[in-house]
Design a protein around this ligand. Structure first.
Ligand SMILES: [Zn+2]
Ligand SMILES: [Zn+2]
Length: 352
């Protein structure tokens, strides 16, 4: 069986001093190692709650050993988990990855206890709305609550987990944690497909504007440059916002037809996977064989498109790994903010 590589983000929302943390940290370490042994390009991240705000690893890491290291180094300064702030931050971090790397699925695993902050009522519809969109990346949220005898109402947590296709698991004893995590480690998308064919993620049409909003418009260049697809020199090229590769709009419009992101005018750069978009009308015309720009001719471009050597995602992921391991970064609580625009289709996660 071939598994799709996954980026897992753990929200460690346990209340300090309530439960012995050593067996929990061991279970989480085993969970990451098991996932890693199943798919070598799986990556990990961790959110913990400290007095000044949530801490997390700057980048998802291929090395599961960084999870217990971060857990141990931050443990002393933990405060009670603000789970809803953690979920917003997690989704923001996951969107950043989705924008620049293809062929992954995302798994948010939240460990909480009966004293974790409940999700405020006004945040529930905002979260549900957001999850309805981001679950198509795909992102699944699973939660495990460790109940220590206090009265615990997990109904809002459960509602949110289920909305994403995940679940809330309630356990009474810490030793039950490892068997739940074992099940979650095996719960994976069993679809494998090539790096640029993501239409299998079934982005529904009502969510097109949300995903289109993540994609960047290639920059206009008014200098003589060589197109990276058809190799013709031209002054009418555009440039990838991330890797600075040049291409004709015609060339990228035809490439977008070949790669099936799921939204016709949205595609990933053939060099760096960055999510890009071109004008809808231009793309539609090129796809139906009509040219706005005379050059290059479509039949010529098609030959070049067929010849594009796609870079290997796994090698690319390896190249992103920081040599000295990921840094722990911290943001302040007020920085996590969701702005839902009036038309209710664009959600901006504000980190100004
Ligand atoms: Zn070209
Ligand atoms: Zn690029």
């Amino acid at each position: 069986m071939v598994y799709r590589a996954e980026d897992t983000l753990i929200i460690y929302g346990l209340t300090p001093g309530l439960i012995d943390s050593a067996p929990i940290q061991k279970s989480l370490t085993d969970f990451c190692k098991k996932k890693k042994s199943m798919v070598s390009s799986d990556r990990f991240n961790l959110i913990m709650f400290l007095k000044n705000g949530p801490n997390y690893l700057e980048n998802f890491t291929l090395n599961p050993d960084h999870i217990p290291i971060a857990l141990k180094s931050l443990e002393e300064d933990l405060v009670r988990g603000n789970i809803s702030a953690g979920i917003f931050l997690a989704i923001k971090l996951i969107i950043e990855v989705f924008k620049t790397i293809s062929e992954r699925s995302f798994h948010l695993v939240i460990i909480l206890d009966s004293q974790s902050n409940d999700i405020p009522n006004d945040k529930v519809p905002v979260l549900i709305n957001l999850i309805n969109k981001v679950k198509e990346m795909p992102l699944v949220i699973d939660m495990i609550s460790i109940n220590t005898g206090n009265l615990f109402d997990g109904s809002k947590f459960k509602k949110i987990a289920e909305k994403s296709g995940g679940d809330l698991y309630s356990i009474k004893k810490v030793k039950e944690l490892s068997s739940i995590l074992n099940i979650l480690a095996e719960k994976k998308e069993v679809s494998a497909f090539s790096a640029f064919e993501e239409s299998v993620t079934h982005i529904s049409e009502e969510n097109f504007p949300f995903y289109e909003n993540f994609a960047e418009i290639p920059l206009d260049i008014e200098e003589m440059r060589t197109c990276s697809i058809c190799y013709q020199k031209d002054i009418n090229l555009v440039q990838c916002t991330k890797c600075k590769t040049y291409a004709h709009k015609n060339c990228w419009a035809l490439w977008s037809k070949t790669v099936h992101f799921g939204i016709p005018n949205v595609f990933r750069c053939h060099i760096c996977f960055n999510l890009l978009k071109l004008d809808k009308d231009l793309v539609e015309m090129v796809h139906s064989g009509i040219l706005i720009y005379e050059e290059p001719q479509l039949e010529d471009v098609q030959k070049y498109i067929d010849d594009i050597k796609v870079i290997n995602v796994e090698n690319y992921i390896q190249s992103l790994e920081a040599q000295e391991g990921p840094k722990v970064v911290q943001i302040e609580y007020p920085d996590i903010n969701l702005t839902v625009k009036d038309d209710d289709i664009t959600i901006i996660i504000d980190d100004e």
